[in-house]
Design a protein around this ligand. Sequence first.
Ligand code: SAM
Length: 266
Amino acid sequence: MPVLPRPRKRLGQHFLIDPNIVRKILKIAALRPEDVVFEIGPGRGALTHALCERVARVIAVEIDGLLVEYLAQTCAQPDALELHHGDALAFPYDTLPAGTVVIANLPYYVSTPLVFRLLEDRDRIDRMVLMLQREVAERMIAAPGSRDYGLLSVVTQYLTKPRKAFVVPASCFRPVPRVDSAVVCLSGRTTRPSGDVRFDEVFMQVVRGAFAHRRKTLINSCREEGWEDPVIRRALEATNIDPRRRAETLTVSEFIALAHAVRVFS
Ligand code: SAM
């Protein structure tokens, strides 16, 4: 039997030990045998083994070489598992087959950049079932005006329909993390104007500009981010958005309208 590598905390290695959570994640993912699954950080295989039993192809990327070796030696369905050794942030997402289902218990230290990376390549992904810190999950689903509402909420809700599925207590992992986790399901695109990549770029610039200086008004935050005053003024006027408002009060639809207007006046 291969030796089980010791957990490395700096790589966010908190392994899932509760089979009930695995079952609940699989239920939410509603996999069909023909689905292709992409897993980030398979670790010791808590999810991977169950996934390989359900679908014919699981593509997994793991940064820890010792765990890659361990998994390759312990996987009961090696034909189903395509294991990559590397950083998921650098993975070539454009090589995933269209309609891929992403399932992952994300490493805490890099979960937000990974979510942004996955959202960027949303076009190849059908749905995602992600386990992350509860606080990050709350930010993804937060409503305008709430404490948690920010860049992550707007981008997630612009590109997907996020739903918090359930909370996972810290006791379900070894080593036990300091915070609870939650599983979120990101499915079906909602308001994204289909295929307009250039619009998405403007949208992202506007949202990043607006949230760059959270305590400032919309207009001052955008100015500080280098937007020309006349452009942002005319865009706010055209969309009937008060320039004294702060970014965290704008709905996703208002951000979309603002980005359209910025594009027109730029
Ligand atoms: N999926 C396993 C489970 O549920 O028990 C492990 C989850 S653990 C929270 C996160 C895993 O992601 C670890 O195996 C860790 O080595 C791996 N990891 C950390 N950073 C990574 C990165 N940048 N790219 C790919 N994998 C990473």
